[in-house]
Design a protein around this ligand. Structure first.
Ligand code: GTP
Ligand code: ZN
Length: 207
């Protein structure tokens, strides 16, 4: 089981996720930044901070190393199922490209198969592959929709994302409770009836 997981990680992510020379270079910049902020980068609590930040940033942007279409293609199965498949409440963690502050929330995704289904875990994996980059929520929404549509060629795709943006909460306009909702649809989901069924399923408390 573990062997299988390891193989999977290796094929989707670069094994040198923590690229030593990149980490050292970014860490150096952060050491300087700590000084600029009025801190003492040599004090004990901060000694390893530049390296930690560099690793955290590399992790938070590791989506650049992933190929979302390949992720989907690796688990597509021929199946005679033509109803809507909905995966809802997928946690999203991303960073806004304007302030490099987090935005986070949930994605709800549906597709209507056209002869092929996809392994369920691959849908959250595609969400992560696009979310773990510098993003705006609108582009994240469209990229997920386009990837599923172009790779799986379903009868339709629906994506709804709802997120809180820390750049609007802990700075700037300082609105603590606002949530931004974005959506993108293709094919069958352009029809009111299908879209309404999807929206009903993602708001229903079925479990
Ligand atoms: N559309 C969109 N805007 C975003 C997203 N993340 C952050 N922003 C916005 O990006 C905008 C950048 O605006 P600027 O006026 O250049 O930056 P700013 O002076 O820091 O703006 P304030 O946040 O209003 O203080 C802000 O309005 C942010 O709220 C996102 O995912 N989508
Ligand atoms: Zn922002």
């Amino acid at each position: 089981m573990n062997d299988h997981l390891d193989e999977e990680e290796i094929s989707y992510t670069k094994i040198d996720r923590y690229n030593d020379s990149k980490i050292a270079s970014v860490a150096n910049h952060y050491k300087d930044i700590l000084g600029q902020l009025g801190e003492d980068p040599e004090r004990e609590g901060l000694l390893k901070t530049p390296e930690r930040v560099a690793k955290a940033l590399q992790y938070l942007t590791h989506g650049y190393d992933l190929n979302p279409s390949e992720i989907l293609r690796s688990a597509m199965f021929k199946e005679d199922y033509s109803q809507m498949v909905v995966v809802k409440d997928i946690e999203v963690y991303s960073m806004c490209e304007h302030h490099m502050l987090p935005f986070f929330g949930k994605a709800h995704i549906a597709y209507i198969p056209n002869g092929h289904i996809v392994g369920l875990s691959k849908i959250p994996r595609v969400v992560d592959a696009f979310a773990r980059r510098l993003q705006v929520q609108e582009r994240l929404t469209n990229e997920i929709r386009d990837c599923i549509q172009e790779t799986l060629n379903p009868v339709g795709v629906a994506v709804v994302i709802e997120c809180r943006h820390l750049c609007m909460a802990m700075r700037g306009i300082q609105k603590q409770n606002s949530v931004t909702t974005t959506s993108a649809f293709t094919g069958e989901f352009a029809k009111d009836k299908t879209r309404a069924e999807f929206l009903r399923l993602i708001t229903a408390n079925l479990h």
